[in-house]
Ligand binder design. Structure first.
Ligand SMILES: [Zn+2]
Length: 329
């Protein structure tokens, strides 16, 4: 069996920190870090380890009753709480059900393990209801809250959890990992678009990031002449809003780098996300002040965050493209 730190080596530090004193695991943990680092996968592996009745160091035995139940993915002492539909919140009813679940004694293992992901999607009422569990934890239970945006959690929740921060690997390690997993082209651009989070970059590449980005560039460049932001937004949404905005983010970052590089006049090499679109990048950089590019980049960053909510994606992209037209035209 391949361990989590073998398959996702950048998680090694977080894993070591968690498993060093397994018997002293806090009753509430908060896993934080950008999407695409493997927080959920590590949480599931950690739950497995906590539930195993006969672990060997940081490795579950694989053969006890608990490990068998885990392998069959219906362990009665583990519960995962996620939004019932993508883009929806985690509601109070789900947390009330969780609270009832936690009052029951464990079925097989010595404890119960609960994963709440993404924890920031809890409604205020749900978070308040969970708070009681965190204040008076049921004996032997471990609650793992997983969050891409921990600042959106109430401070009262954050302060009651032991926090484990997940960090992205450096560009070299991330590039190597993607290459080992069969990625050949577009790796730099995909990593730039996902803040070096390897799993997020891998997902982008699988969604056709490389093929789509040429179309995005053509769309963007023709938009200012005779293009229509509304029909362009429609195309981008169909290609995948996340892919489109991830690409635009990397592209604008390149434009900003080009502006700053031209201003500094040092001739140092630049780490481009889209080295194959350098002509377009430099033309735009010469035309648009760096401050405006930075503002637009901020709007796109926020737009990507909003994509995880119930926002109207088409309108969001339209708004961004209209702003782009205003800046570049
Ligand atoms: Zn076991």
């Amino acid at each position: 069996m391949t361990s989590i730190t073998q398959s996702l080596p950048w998680l090694n530090d977080s894993w070591t920190k968690l498993t060093r004193q397994l018997e002293r695991t806090p009753h509430a943990l908060l896993f934080t870090g950008q999407p695409g680092l493997g927080k959920n996968r590590l949480a599931i592996e950690f739950a497995h380890l906590l539930l195993c009745m006969n672990p060997d160091g940081d490795t579950p035995c694989g053969s006890c009753k608990s490990c068998q139940l885990f392998a069959a993915t219906n362990h009665p002492d583990m519960k995962v709480v996620t939004p019932l539909e993508q883009g929806k919140s985690i509601g109070i009813d789900q947390i009330r059900e969780l609270n009832r679940y936690l009052t029951l004694t464990p079925h097989t293992s010595a404890r119960k393990v609960v994963l709440i992901s993404p924890a920031e999607e809890m409604t205020t009422a749900a978070a308040n209801s969970l708070l009681k569990q965190l204040e008076e934890p049921p004996l032997g239970s471990v609650l793992i809250l997983i969050s891409h945006h921990p600042h959106r959690l109430p401070a009262t929740i954050r302060s009651r959890c032991a926090r484990i921060d997940f960090r992205a690997p450096g560009p070299e390690e991330a590039t190597q990992w993607l290459a080992e997993h069969g990625a050949t082209t577009g790796v730099t651009a995909a990593l730039a678009a996902s803040g070096n989070a390897p799993l997020a970059a891998q997902a982008l590449l699988e969604q056709g990031f490389v093929e789509e980005r040429d179309k995005f560039l053509i769309d963007l460049l023709s938009l200012t002449r005779d293009g229509n932001p509304i029909s362009c937004a429609e195309r981008w949404q169909k290609s995948g809003s996340e892919t489109a905005l991830a690409w635009l983010q990397g592209f604008l970052l390149d434009v900003l780098k080009a502006s700053l590089h031209a201003a500094s006049n040092k001739g140092e090499p630049v780490d481009w996300s889209n080295p194959d679109a350098l002509n377009a990048i430099q033309t735009i950089a010469a035309q648009v002040p760096a401050k405006q590019t930075a503002e637009l980049l901020e709007v796109v960053n926020e737009g990507r965050r909003l994509l995880t909510t119930q926002i109207d994606e088409r309108l969001l992209i339209e708004d961004i493209l209209i702003r782009w037209n205003r800046v570049v035209a």
